[in-house]
Design a protein around this ligand. Sequence first.
Ligand SMILES: *Cc1c(COP(=O)(O)O)cnc(C)c1O
Length: 386
Amino acid sequence: MKMETLLLHNGNELDLQTGASSIPIYQASTFHQFDLDNPGLFDYTRSGNPTRQALEDTIAKLEGGCRGFAFASGMAAISTVLLLLSKGDHLIVSQDVYGGTYRILTQVLSRFGIDSTFVDTTDTKAITEALRPNTKGIYVETPSNPTLKVTDLRQVAKIASENQLLSIVDNTFLTPYYQQPLSFGFDIVVHSATKFLGGHSDVIAGLVAVKDEELANKVKMLQNSFGAVLGVQDSWLILRGIKTLQARLDVSTKNAGILARWLQDHTEVAKVYYTGLSDHDGHHIQTKQSSGHGAVFSFDVGSEAKAKQLLQKIRLPIVAVSLGSVESILSYPAMMSHAAMPIEVRLKHGITDGLLRFSVGLENVEDLIDDLTQALDFKISFSVAR
Ligand SMILES: *Cc1c(COP(=O)(O)O)cnc(C)c1O
């Protein structure tokens, strides 16, 4: 079946007991055992729950994995997966990885003797140069945030298999609708389902899909041990969000392309970062490994003063962290997602004081262009914000 159909018909769309058109929310912490000698499928919700199970089976199907897992947040998913590493292990990580991932590696797991080296994973030579005798894994995020650097997933999977490394990829920005890293040989896919999979800025959730039974058993043990599982109401909301993923991403991605090209020609915009633009460094690889460019791009208006002025004047997008929702979200990395980064490192990565990140929602694109037009008119002073 094609992805569009699989989003709706993946074996988890019906309640087999009643025929109900959505999986019920099994709001229960424990399960009566009718016969101790023949235990039921479920015993305690930390270990398993039918609603969460439906979501876990869904992400496994969509990513082409063997089993899936749902967690209380993207960071709970990522942190639990990283517990596959042990004291003395070394991990190679994309240098512009999500801030929370950077934090757990450098401030928490480092205390338990797990070492990380952050490299530009768009450069395969930099990856092989970072290999050490104790390197056990490689963790990549592509396209990266906020300048959308593209890592070649096939190349990384090859390096990982040649060196017996566990390969992990954060697929939040593209979702399985556009990119399926397990099909390139990756071992584990992680998601912040808070973003496109949930899609409505109303749930915090994380998902994992793994390639084989052996890994599935290990992650299952860690999920049950650490206990950062997703609640049943939120599991249901993510199941519901996934049903409209195609429709949402099709519209948002189309509009992101239109807006990125429009901004590229705007006199107040110094640079636009979007993998869908043919002059983007990662355009070629992105086109080879993904079926779409996604709904997120960044653009540089040249200065902090102009960025702040634009954020004051913009009316339609909410000004916030996060991304991947039905409404457009405009963020200011220098003071939001990347505020903790030392300024010289931030500037080196192209995250200037004029850089804004746009996650395109489902608004009419002409309305978004009109809004950006007035917000980019830096000559006119403004009085009313929204
Ligand atoms: C938001 C995000 C995360 C963290 O997910 P939470 O649900 O906020 O814990 C991880 N990776 C990426 C790429 C993200 O955008």
